[in-house]
Structure formats: C-alpha cells, structure tokens
Write a protein that binds this ligand. Structure first.
Ligand SMILES: Cc1ncc(COP(=O)(O)O)c(C=O)c1O
Length: 370
C-alpha cells in the first residue's frame, strides 16, 4: 500500500484553527448514547418541522420513475415556481443543496485569506466556521441587550477588508427579525449584505426582504425548505441575488448539486402551499403556548420569537443547566445547548406538536420539584 510521506503533505493552516461545526444531535446518536429507543424520542433541537412534508410531496416522490437521470441543473421549473412564490424574477434565484451550500459558495466567492466578515452574535455559528475555512476572520459585533443588531457598532467595526455583513432574520437563536431600515442603512456601506431568512415563514413579515434585492446590487437573501416545509432531509435551499452575483454562484456550484427528489418535493410543496402554510400557522399557535409554558418556570426566561423555536435563559443561581439537561434527556427530549460563551446558560427549544409541549412541561416540572 502506498503511504504519503507526511512531511510533503500539507493541510491548509486555517483548518488547524478551525473547530468542527457541532450540529444538533441526531436521533440515532442520542439513542445510542442514552439507550432510549428512537421511536420514543422527541427531537426539539434542530428546528425541523414536526409535521413533515405535504402528503402530495410524498406521493410525487414515490410516483417518480426517473431517478436514474441527473436533475435539471438549471432548476427551471423550481425557479419558476419560486418566482411566483417570492415575487422576484426567476433569473435572480439560485437553487442549492440546502442553504448551507449557499453559505459555503458565497463565502468562497467573496472571501480571500485575510478578509473579514461582520457577524452579530449570538447567531448561527456556521457563518464563523466557513469564514475560518476561507482563511478569513469574523469581526463580532454583539447584539444589544434586547438582541437587536447594533448598526452603529457595525459601522465602527468596518475595515477595508470587510467583504460581507451577515444578518440572520429572524435570528437563530434569539428569534427576532431585523428591521428594514437597519438593512437599508447597512447597504449604504457598499459591502455585501447577506440576510439569512431560513425562518421567515414563521415571522410577522413572511415575505421578508426579497423585494429589496432588485433595487440593491449588494443585497442577498437566503431561504430554505428545511424548516417551514418539512424538507430538511432533502436539502433544498435557495437564494435571491443581484444578477451579477448569480453568474458567479452558477460558476462556483458543482453541476447536479440539487437532487431530483429535492426538486420534486419543493415544486410539489409550492403547488400545495395551503397545506404547508396551515402547518406553519399551527406551529405559530403552539409557539405561543410553549412561550407561556416556559415563562411559568421561575428558573427560565424565554425570549419572544418569530422563528419556530424559543431561546430561554436559564437563571443559574436557581437551577444548573446540567440539571435541566439530565432531566429533559431522561424523558427522551432533545433540546439545543450551546458552546458559544454568549450562550452557555441558554437552551433553545424547537416548537413541536402540542403533545411534545406537554411532555416537555412534565419533564421541566420535575426540575422544580427537586
Ligand atoms: C439561520 C440558519 N440558516 C441556515 C440554516 C441551514 O439550513 P439548510 O437546512 O437549508 O441548510 C440553518 C439551519 O439550522 C439556520 O438555522
């Protein structure tokens, strides 16, 4: 067997300062770790939909007979359907293998070694991982006490090497949307402004900021079918871009990245929108109930959310985070805990079915009773 001489093989140095991204634990891993069978678990750690896709989506997937052929790499039918859904020109839409792929491509298109992006923590941590992968740096401008983006702080942090400002709206994990005026102010900087709208369907402004893209050559809006449409497993995302960036995205993207099943599922979801939007309404109603429930525990301070999740601060002087985690896990419930120092005493709960909320209530009440 041929062995590579180790001293001749070099990994790019930025990989050595890059920790691996830690996603929410999967059902399989959790079940192996705890010994609780998968069918008894309640997964509230990755903001997936508890309802799954529309029945018509499942039927279209099983009726399809051409899985032996590559997908349409132009995604013509899906871009047309999305143009009708979003109200933007189909030429400004790029389909991707989940919105994670958009982040990966965009960052690699704009960031060279030594560049930086501005992020507003606490926020989605993948932005930082990919930035490091590109050999670039994150300038963190923390959110204000009420989790708003600090526009003044961002303007002061800008350097000549700042290529992008990334804004998540509604923000994962705090759940608050960004206001349009703040985005308009930041567009004035001339940097690329990326608005990640993975959760926009659950917000009070489900149309988001897509309408602004045609007027601004430095604005990008990212979306996904993973959350509201119950298609996280099929990996379908899309972005709305100024046309000059579309050209580079298409150049950078490998052909056939978005699979046939994902295309079919997304098109069928858009054909039967009422079904899925009804489920979004159910999730929003359950979010209110979950918020009331979380507020009723003296050791939790939940934050109002426009996503399909609620972040709560754990008042450590009353109850230790570890105690919550152990008790909740013993009931087979997966929640999201964090490694970022801003979030060490926070937990995030995905809004699930009403019976999931009931079981969480039962588990959390055991903690009070201790
Ligand atoms: C803010 C945000 N953006 C993007 C993603 C990635 O979503 P996708 O499944 O489309 O890759 C997530 C997933 O959790 C997210 O929370």
């Amino acid at each position: 067997m041929y062995m590579y001489p180790p001293r001749l093989v070099h990994v790019r140095p930025e990989l050595d300062r890059m920790a691996a991204y830690i996603p929410g634990e999967s059902l399989e891993t959790f079940s192996t770790r705890t010994g609780i069978p998968e069918q008894q678990l309640i997964k509230l750690n990755s903001n997936e939909s508890p309802y799954g896709p529309a029945p018509q989506v499942l039927k279209a997937l099983s009726d399809h007979s051409n899985y032996n052929n590559y997908p349409d790499t132009e995604s013509t039918a899906l871009r047309q359907a999305l143009s009708e859904y979003t109200g933007v020109d189909r030429r400004s839409i790029v389909i991707s293998h989940g919105s994670n792929e958009l982040i990966n491509l965009l960052w690699h298109i704009f960031l060279s070694v030594g560049d930086n992006i501005i992020c507003c923590p606490p926020t989605f941590s993948l932005y930082t991982f990919i930035t490091t992968f590109c050999g670039a740096y994150v300038l963190e401008v923390p959110r204000t006490m009420d989790y708003e983006v600090d526009v003044e702080g961002i303007l002061m942090a800008l350097t000549p090497e700042t290529k992008m400002i990334v804004l998540c709206s509604p923000n994962n994990p705090t759940g608050n949307p960004i206001c349009e005026d703040d985005v308009l102010a930041l567009l004035e900087t001339g940097r690329i402004i990326v608005v990640d709208e993975a959760y926009v369907e659950f917000s009070d402004q489900p149309g988001g900021l897509a309408h602004l893209v045609e007027k601004h050559k430095n604005l990008i809006v990212m979306r996904t079918f993973s959350k509201w449409a119950g298609l996280a497993g099929l990996r379908i995302g899309y972005g709305i871009f100024p046309e000059w960036i579309v050209t580079y995205m298409r150049r950078a993207q490998c052909p056939f990245e978005v699979n046939v099943a994902g295309h079919l599922a997304a098109i069928e979801t858009l054909k039967h929108l009422d079904y899925t939007l009804d489920k979004v309404q159910l999730i929003k109603a359950e979010r209110e109930r979950l918020f009331t429930l979380l507020s009723s525990f003296s050791y939790l301070e939940p934050i109002t959310s426009q996503g399909n999740f609620i972040l709560s601060r754990v008042c450590e002087e009353d109850v230790k985070m570890e105690r919550i985690r152990t008790t909740v896990e013993a009931h087979g419930i997966l929640l999201r805990y964090f490694h970022h120092p801003y979030l060490s005493n926070f937990m995030r709960v995905t809004v699930g079915l009403p019976e999931h909320t009931d079981l969480l209530q039962h588990a959390l009440s055991k903690i009070e009773a201790w």
